[in-house]
Design a protein around this ligand. Structure first.
Ligand SMILES: [Zn+2]
Length: 605
């Protein structure tokens, strides 16, 4: 057993103290390391950079005099080596924790949080050893404010050791290091409530103040959980934890086997005063919950063969992320419709936005989804200002390929099977059995369900940088899929009107003075005016612009008006000319035209 202890003992300097101890063989050399990345987030993050001080000693603690330090040699950016001098060794170190993303660790006087991957050193010689984690209450709070202390609790998917009750500080168990780092921990005075689906207790934890409708959250998220459990046929966990960091604004999520860490705005939660309203922000939050919960099967258990096991020391390349993120993205919104949380019309609006994100740039004509998966480490996860033009997202394009696959299987099997069936087959053959998938496995199962060889068409979609032609398949299920104009300059909304709709090919966000450019489509009027990402556009036609007035100005110019514009690049004012043209058909409108036919897609199989 490897014993880890964590002390949140310097809240205001954001430092956790960690103690790691284990039985050692005298004269044997051991290696301790932290991962360079964590599963689900494909970027080298070098978590070891947050280790502040590290010491080792021989662990004989009967009298202080017998404790002897052991020298630790650092052998690379994340590894320490030592030779044991006794039968028990203790390592102590501190972790700087001030990142409230879902990926690392955070500590202040209000809350604490840590992923094991950025907190707990692995003993490389003992990868399969059972781990015990003892989580201690913050010391300064105990001394300074015992009242506050009484409200701090623990939320984690780790197994509670005997004597530790739910939400208590105390001892937790992991079967091995991989499980230890797959169960992030939140501590603090948080709100927590539960619901049960198929006998599985699901915890909803919000780590900061919120005003959301608890009963509605429970009821709505329970529907999504029931949907996903039904889809795969079983829940492969005894408990599940949705742990949400609430901020003024924020968005993100990371999947784990029996928990997820989410980040959202406290105002994304449903308003108890408006029980019949599903705001766009709440819909996005539900979609995020749906997405991460689906991952509990699809990528946490069914996963690419390259992730068996994870090598967390360096990049691991797979060409299959289109399936793991794309199919998950397809189901995140589709399940909102299927469970009645949103209407079919609202679902199609969401799908239009997804398709528009893929179609508006040239990225999908330059990079395939399999290449995008492979290169995620340096491209998708490190997007530059050219991303919209030069790379394709394996999330959005992958979800369109998932839709193509669903409709193809439904059509060729005469409605007997669907993508649901394919996911269940994957679960049975690769999830339950803990076997990694290869690309051929998806194709083979699809061929069987279609009772036809669709390999060529499938591989073309995966490996070629070309558009997915969804119009013919969707028309067979009563859905129109048509390239349309953008309704407004700075929006993904589409219009089927032929009327002039001004366009410059840039996205931007409002500033107190002017608008900051966030995206420029190549060869667009904005690009021809020289505008680039991070420029601040301050005037058009010598009129100061805001997000609103730029739209108003554009609507008053005749088509193809060329006007002077001024923008700042860094601190230099640049004068240029910009032309307002009619929107190209670069957005996608998706609408239902035949509700009897659409039943072929909407029904579950
Ligand atoms: Zn995901």
């Amino acid at each position: 057993m490897i014993q880890y202890k964590i002390f949140p003992d310097n809240l205001n300097s954001h430092l956790f103290s960690v103690e790691l101890s284990f039985a050692t063989q005298i004269d044997k050399t051991y290696h301790l390391s932290l991962p360079a990345w964590l599963p689900g987030s494909y970027m080298i993050r070098d978590f070891a950079k947050n280790i502040v001080e590290i010491y080792a000693h021989n662990g004989i603690q009967e009298t202080e005099q017998t404790i002897k330090g052991i020298s630790l040699n650092k052998t690379d950016k994340q590894t320490w080596q030592f030779t044991a001098t006794s039968t028990f060794t203790v390592i102590t170190y501190q972790i700087f924790a001030f990142d409230l993303s879902v990926r690392t660790a955070y500590l202040d006087s209000e809350r604490g949080f840590f992923n094991g991957s950025s907190t707990f050193l692995q003993v490389e010689e003992l990868p399969d050893e059972k781990c015990q984690l003892s989580i201690f209450l913050p010391e300064p709070i105990m001394k300074a404010s015992p009242d506050k202390l009484s409200h701090w609790r623990v939320a984690t998917g780790l197994t509670r050791a005997k004597g530790t009750e739910k939400y208590q500080f105390g001892d937790y168990i992991a079967h091995d290091y991989q499980e230890l780092i797959d169960c992030p921990v939140a501590i603090g005075n948080f709100d927590a409530f539960e619901f049960t689906v198929e006998g599985v207790i699901h915890h909803l934890v919000f780590t900061s103040k919120h005003f959301g409708d608890r009963e509605r959250l429970k009821a709505d998220i329970a529907k999504l959980c029931q949907h996903h459990i039904n889809l795969f046929g079983e829940a492969p966990f005894k408990e599940y934890w949705f742990i949400t960091h609430l901020l003024g604004s924020g968005f993100g999520g990371l999947e784990h086997k029996n928990s997820t860490i989410l980040q959202a705005s406290r105002f994304d939660l449903p308003n108890p005063n408006k029980p019949d309203e599903t705001s766009e922000n709440y819909q996005t939050f539900l979609s995020l919950c749906s997405h991460e919960y689906f991952h509990a099967w699809n990528v946490c258990r069914i996963k690419p063969k390259e992730f068996h096991p994870y090598n967390l020391q360096e990049e691991v390349h797979t060409r299959q992320l289109w399936a793991y993120e794309g199919i998950t993205s397809y189901y995140d919104d589709f399940s909102l419709f299927r469970t009645g949380l949103i209407s079919f019309e609202d679902y199609l609006k969401q799908l239009s936005k997804t398709a528009t994100r893929v179609y508006r740039g040239q990225g999908e004509l330059k990079q395939s989804v399999t290449d995008s998966s492979f290169d995620t480490w340096t491209k998708f996860y490190q997007q530059g200002p050219d991303a919209v033009n030069n790379i394709v997202s394996y999330y959005t394009k992958g979800s369109l390929i998932a839709l193509w696959l669903d409709l193809t299987i439904r059509k060729k099997s005469a409605g007997n099977y669907s993508l649901d069936t394919l996911m269940r087959e994957l679960w049975i053959h690769f999830g339950r059995t803990n076997m990694g998938t290869s690309e051929e496995d998806f194709i083979n199962i699809a061929n069987i369900l279609c009772n036809e060889d669709i390999t060529d068409a499938f591989l073309t979609l995966l490996n070629n940088a070309q558009r997915v032609d969804l119009a013919p398949l969707l028309s067979q299920v009563g859905i129109a899929f048509a390239p349309q104009k953008f309704k407004q300059l700075n929006s993904l909304e589409t219009t089927d009107s032929d009327a002039y709709s001004p366009y410059i090919g840039a996205q931007y966000k409002a500033l107190p003075l002017g608008v900051k450019i966030t995206q420029v489509i190549e060869n667009s009027p904005a690009a021809q005016a020289g505008l680039a990402v991070t420029d601040v556009l301050v005037s058009v036609n010598n009129i100061q612009v805001s997000e609103k007035s730029l739209q108003q100005l554009a609507e008053h110019f005749p088509e193809n008006t060329q006007v002077t514009c001024h923008y700042f690049r860094d601190d230099q004012l640049i004068t240029s000319e910009i032309i307002f043209i009619d929107s190209p058909l670069a957005a996608i409108g998706i609408t239902e035209v035949d509700s009897t036919l659409s039943e072929k897609w909407r029904c579950k199989r």
